[in-house]
Write a protein that binds this ligand. Structure first.
Ligand SMILES: C[S@@+](CC[C@H](N)C(=O)[O-])C[C@H]1O[C@@H](n2cnc3c(N)ncnc32)[C@H](O)[C@@H]1O
Length: 264
């Protein structure tokens, strides 16, 4: 089994849930739009890989989907199980690894959102993962994936993003930092880091996630990897979770969202 390579911030699911909730509804609308456009005859079984607090899992369950959710972080899964029980949602959540999928069952659509896919560090891991996901999908089922793409060559591994969310007395400021001095140009990996600055009932707390090594995947390489998997076709890639918005030079976004369809 591969060694853990995960951020400490994922041990604070309550702060994560607040910090990352901003685009969830649009992302779930995108899942449904993809199904309507590309797989109108499949069912409503969703596999959420690297689910975190389960923000998509819960929203989709409320829309009538039966959800299976997996994440490496026991804290995230504990949080999702608690929410699932409290809200009586049809979600099966368990601790698991993208690099060694253990989930059972057949699913209609799988998702791996918010840059989680880049924890697959090598081509071999990516290909094995794609084949393992395909095995768990119906023929013609979809796999939707989004990950960071450098917007300029000279920024590769050198970008910073930040945003904040407030609810009641709590504010979570999220900083996503890349450490360009750690780039391995051969493996195409580098270290990035999440930092949460939290104000909780007037108390200031900083949670540094610590560096995690992640993969840089370029668009043409991604096309080649999907093709080499032999199990999926890459139907399209988009900016901003909008099927009408192709990922192109004009609309380059930090999140490239791809629609993969399992071969029939
Ligand atoms: C940025 S969060 C994204 C969570 C969720 N998909 C979302 O959109 O909010 C990344 C998640 O990936 C999980 N993760 C990291 N490495 C993983 C792995 N090898 N297998 C499964 N989950 C992993 C982390 O625990 C964390 O919950």
């Amino acid at each position: 089994m591969a060694t853990p390579n995960n951020s400490e911030v994922y041990r604070y699911p309550e702060y994560y849930a607040l910090g990352y909730r901003w685009n969830t509804e649009a992302e779930c609308d995108f899942i449904e739009a993809c199904l309507e456009a590309h797989a109108p005859n499949v069912g409503k079984r969703l596999l959420d890989l690297g689910c975190g607090t389960g923000r998509h899992a819960m929203d989709m369950a409320k829309r009538g989907y039966e959800v299976t959710a997996v994440d490496l972080s026991p804290e995230m899964i504990r949080y999702l199980k608690q929410e699932t029980e409290q809200q009586q949602l049809p979600i099966q959540a368990s601790v698991g690894d993208l690099r060694d999928l253990k989930v059972d069952g057949t699913h209609d659509v799988a998702i791996c959102f918010m840059d989680t896919f880049r924890f697959l560090l090598t081509n071999e891991d990516i290909l094995a993962h794609l084949r393992a996901v395909a095995q768990r999908l119906v023929e013609g089922g979809l796999y939707l994936v989004d990950f960071w793409i450098p917007r300029q060559w000279d920024q590769a591994g050198n970008e910073i993003f930040q945003w904040e969310q407030t609810e009641g007395n709590t504010t979570v400021r999220v900083f996503y930092l890349q450490h360009p001095d750690t780039i391995d140009p051969v493996a195409q990996t580098f270290e990035d880091e999440l930092v949460f600055q939290v104000t909780d009932k007037e108390q200031d707390i900083e949670i540094r996630g610590g560096p995690t090594r992640t993969r840089l995947i370029l668009p043409q390489e991604w096309k080649a990897l999907v093709e080499a998997s032999g199990v999926f076709s890459l139907l399209s890639s988009h900016s901003n979770f909008d099927l009408a918005q192709e990922f192109d030079r004009e609309t380059l976004s930090w999140r490239m969202v791809s629609v993969l369809k399992k071969h029939s």
